[in-house]
Ligand binder design. Structure first.
Ligand code: B12
Ligand code: SF4
Length: 465
C-alpha cells in the first residue's frame, strides 16, 4: 500500500502505539515503550509529526476509574499494576490453570484515543516479549477498524525474533526487524513521502518522552547491545554490536529527565550497564553526583557483579541507586560457562561485600537465580540460592524463557517437547505447567527462597545482643 502525496511541504503524521499485553500476569516495573520512543524521535528528527498512544498507561483516567480488582494501581517509585480484563485462554495454554488477561487501558478508551487525534498518515506499533504477540495482534485489529486505509508497520523484540510468525499472525502491512530508527523513517518516506528534516545519527537520539502523557518514571539506555553472548539470551540477535554512549550525553539526558521532566525514578534498561566501568559508569555517576542530580536509579535487569569494586559501590550509593539486582544465575561450572563467565563466585561475593560496606542493607541487594534451564538440576538451583543467601543477597528466582535463535532454544524444544513455532510457549510462567512435575518443584523452590529471604531480613533487623 503506497500513499504518496503530491504536496512536498505538507507535514506527514506518524502515530506510534505501545500495544496491549496478553498474559497470565504482568506488572509495571518501570515499563516504558523505550524502543517506540526512539523510533518516534527519529521520525521527528526527519521532519514528521509524531504522536504516541500507550495502551499500557497505568495513569490513564479510564484505567484508574475502573471499579474492582482490575483497576490500575500506582505504587511509590514509579511502579504499579496495570488495569486488566480477563480474556479467553488460547487453545495451546489450556493446560495452564490460571486466568488469562489483557493488560492495559479499556478497549473503548483506546478507540477513543485513536479517533480523537489527528488522522495519521502511517502507524508504527512496537512489540516486546515474543509471547505477548496476542496483544499485538489485537491492537493491530482495533487500529485497522478505526483506520482501514492507513499503513501499519510492526517493529520491536517480537518482530525481530519471530518475523515470519509476525508476518503471518499479526496483520500489519510490514514487519521491520532490528533497530528501527532508520528503518521507520525509510518506511515513512516510501509509504507517505514527505520529510525535509535533517536526520540526526540514530545513536545520538533521545527517546521522545515529551510525547508520552502521565510520566511517573523514565527508562533509559547508556549503551546499546551487550559484549557477551550467553547461551539463553537474545541480546546479540537484537543488536549485533555493543556501543557505549558518551558520558556527557548520558548525564545530559539524566539531567533533562530530572530537571525538565521532574522525574524521581530512572530505570536503566542496559544489557551491560557496568561494562568498562572506569570509562563508563564510574564517570557517569561521578558527574551525576557533581551536578547534584537528585534521583533514584533502578537496575531491574541483572547487573554484572564482577564489576562492582569498592569505589563503584560507593558511587552507586552516593548517586542514588535504589534497586540493585545482581546476575548470579547459577553456581555450577558448566552453567557459568554458558553465561560467558561474566560472573564468578568470588566476584559476586565481593560485590555484595562492597555494596554492604557502602551502606546497602542486605534486603536491598537482590540476586537473580535462574531455574528451568534445560539440563539444570534442582540441586543446582538450590545451591545457587544458598550461596546468594550466605553472602547476604535476597534470592529472586527467574524462570527460564526459551528464545528462538539462541543457543539454548533447540535443546529447550527437545527437552521440554515444545512446538518451536508457537511463541506463547516461550512464556517463562507457562513452561512449568507444561513439563510434568516442574510446577510443583518450582513452587517448592520459591517457598524456600521466601524462607531464606525472610531469614536474611530478620537477621538484619534483630537487635544486637
Ligand atoms: C528492560 C527489559 C526487561 C525489564 C522490563 C520489561 C518489562 N517490565 O516487561 C524487566 C527486567 C522487568 C524484564 C523482565 C523479563 N525479561 Co526482559 N528485557 C529487557 C531488555 C533488557 C530491554 C528491552 C528494551 O526496552 N530495550 C531497549 C529498546 C530501545 O530496544 P527495543 O525495544 O528492541 O527497540 C528497538 C527495536 O526493537 C526497534 N523497534 C522497537 N519498537 C519499534 C516499533 C517500530 C514501528 C519499528 C519500526 C521498530 C521498533 O527499534 C528500537 C530502537 O532501536 C530486553 C533485552 C534487549 N536487549 O532488548 C530483555 C528481554 C526483552 N527480556 C527477556 C526476558 C526473557 C525477560 C524475562 C522472562 C526474564 C525472566 N526470566 O524473568 C522477564 C519477563 C518479564 C515479563 N513481564 O514477562 C527476553 C525476551 C524473551 C522473549 N521470549 O521475548 C529479552 C530479549 C532478553 C533476553 N534474555 O534475551 N525485562
Ligand atoms: S550478559 Fe546479560 S544481556 Fe549480555 S548476553 Fe549475557 S544474559 Fe544477555
Amino acid at each position: 500500500m503506497s500513499l504518496c502525496y503530491d504536496l512536498p511541504d505538507m507535514i506527514r503524521r506518524a502515530l506510534l502505539i505501545a500495544p496491549y499485553i496478553h498474559d497470565f500476569s504482568a506488572y509495571d516495573l518501570w515499563l516504558k515503550p523505550l524502543g517506540l520512543l526512539y523510533v518516534a524521535a527519529a521520525a521527528e528528527a526527519a521532519g514528521y509529526e509524531a504522536s504516541v498512544i500507550n495502551c499500557l498507561d497505568r495513569l490513564h483516567p479510564a484505567a484508574t476509574a475502573i471499579r474492582g480488582p482490575n483497576r490500575a494501581r500506582t505504587e511509590p517509585g514509579g511502579k504499579g499494576k496495570f488495569s486488566y480484563e480477563t480474556i479467553a485462554r488460547p487453545e495451546c495454554l489450556k493446560q495452564v490453570p490460571r486466568k488469562f488477561k489483557r493488560y492495559g487501558i479499556p478497549i473503548e478508551a483506546f478507540r477513543h484515543e485513536l479517533s480523537s487525534g489527528t488522522r495519521p498518515d502511517a502507524i508504527g506499533i512496537t512489540s516486546m516479549m515474543t509471547y505477548w504477540y496476542g496483544g499485538v495482534a489485537e491492537t493491530v485489529a482495533i487500529v485497522r477498524e478505526v483506520f482501514p486505509e492507513t499503513p501499519i508497520v510492526l517493529g520491536g523484540v517480537y518482530a525481530t525474533l519471530c518475523p515470519e510468525h509476525a508476518r503471518e499472525h499479526v496483520g500489519a502491512d510490514a514487519v521491520l526487524t532490528g533497530p528501527g530508527e532508520k528503518a521507520f523513517v525509510e518506511f515513512l518516506r516510501h509509504e507517505v513521502g514527505g520529510s525535509n528534516g535533517s536526520q540526526t545519527r540514530p545513536d545520538n537520539l533521545r527517546p521522545a518522552y515529551h510525547l508520552l502523557r502521565n510520566l511517573d518514571s523514565v527508562s533509559m539506555l547508556t549503551s546499546y547491545g551487550c559484549p557477551y553472548s550467553c547461551a539463553y539470551c537474545a541480546s546479540r540477535l537484537l543488536r549485533r554490536t555493543f556501543v557505549q554512549r558518551p558520558v556527557g550525553e548520558v548525564v545530559d539526558e539524566i539531567a533533562y529527565y530530572v530537571e525538565q521532566l521532574r522525574t524521581d525514578d530512572i530505570a536503566f534498561y542496559d544489557d551491560a550497564l557496568l561494562a568498562n566501568p572506569e570509562a563508563h559508569i564510574k564517570p557517569i555517576l561521578r558527574e551525576v553526583i557533581r551536578r547534584g542530580l537528585n534521583v533514584r536509579f533502578h537496575a531491574p535487569n541483572g547487573l554484572h557483579a564482577n564489576m562492582i569494586d569498592c569505589e563503584l559501590a560507593l558511587l552507586m550509593r552516593a548517586a542514588g541507586f535504589a534497586t540493585v539486582r545482581l546476575s548470579l544465575e547459577s553456581v555450577t561450572r558448566e552453567f557459568l560457562t554458558d553465561s560467558c563467565d561474566k560472573v564468578t563466585l568470588e566476584g559476586f561475593k565481593g560485590a555484595v561485600a562492597n555494596l554492604s560496606s557502602a551502606g546497602y542493607p542486605p534486603g536491598a541487594i537482590e540476586a537473580y537465580v535462574m531455574m528451568g534451564v534445560p539440563g539444570q538440576r534442582l540441586g543446582d538451583v538450590e545451591q545457587a540460592m544458598h550461596f546468594a543467601h550466605k553472602v547476604g543477597a535476597l534470592v529472586r528466582l527467574a524462570d527460564f524463557s526459551p528464545i528462538p535463535g539462541t543457543k539454548c532454544f533447540d535443546t529447550a524444544v527437545q527437552t521440554y517437547d515444545l512446538n518451536p513455532g508457537e511463541p506463547l510457549l516461550q512464556n517463562s510462567s507457562v513452561l512449568p505447567h507444561l513439563v510434568p512435575g516442574m510446577w510443583g518443584e518450582h513452587q517448592r523452590l520459591k517457598m524456600r527462597a521466601r524462607e531464606l529471604n525472610s531469614r536474611l531480613i530478620r537477621r538484619e533487623t534483630a537487635p544486637m545482643s
